[in-house]
Ligand binder design. Sequence first.
Ligand code: URA
Length: 245
Amino acid sequence: MEKIRIQKIIADAGYCSRRKAEELILQKRVKVNGHPAITGQKLDPVRDIITIDGEKLYYQRKKQHVYLMMNKPRGYLTSMSDDRGRRCVTELLPETNVRVYPIGRLDLNTEGLLLFTSDGKFANDMMHPSRSVSKTYRVTVRPDITDEQAVKLSEGVMIDGRVTAPAEVRVLTKEKNRVVIEIVIREGRNRQVRKMCEAVGLEVARLKRTAFGPLRLGMLKPSTCRPLTAEELKAIRSAVKKPTK
Ligand code: URA
């Protein structure tokens, strides 16, 4: 097992803060294998015996949170289980002993980037309406899109009695009877993209989320998951705006 600084071991065990642990060490109340501890000394928390005021410290490694990205396929519910027996995204998760939950949801027939985590605070931060993480969707519409429809989508349309916030809209490809557009929104209302398209008279043939803030789906295969990298986690954390008071 890797060696860890004594004050971190004491703090991770939940005994007190690192600073308080340093005080205890200076006060000679902490011993390692029977000898007075030294601030900053590195130990194996499983093998070395630490006592504080004569009592053995029981070390438990802090649980590491899990952060995953899935390429959700069509036909799966964003739900932990379904009493009607429909397929759920949880069936596609890797076997772990940590319980993870989806961050937000994608409709049954929407595909693409879906995040999962065991970290409740992180999930709340991502989903809180006051934090405006962008979501990018690739939308296949039929048969065509006019400039007027694109402008309306970007300026805001009325759905469920409320106008949507400005969105970025651009046409990616145009074929006969089929246009692929990209829409970037910052809200997360129920079936928002489908309702926005419906409101301007567009028929959605396919809807896929390709990015969540700075996180990109890339070449992740449908129905598979991968952990976020340390860089991705850092990027998404800093993309979450602090709420304005
Ligand atoms: N907008 C939708 O209409 N559906 C989704 O799943 C996500 C965004």
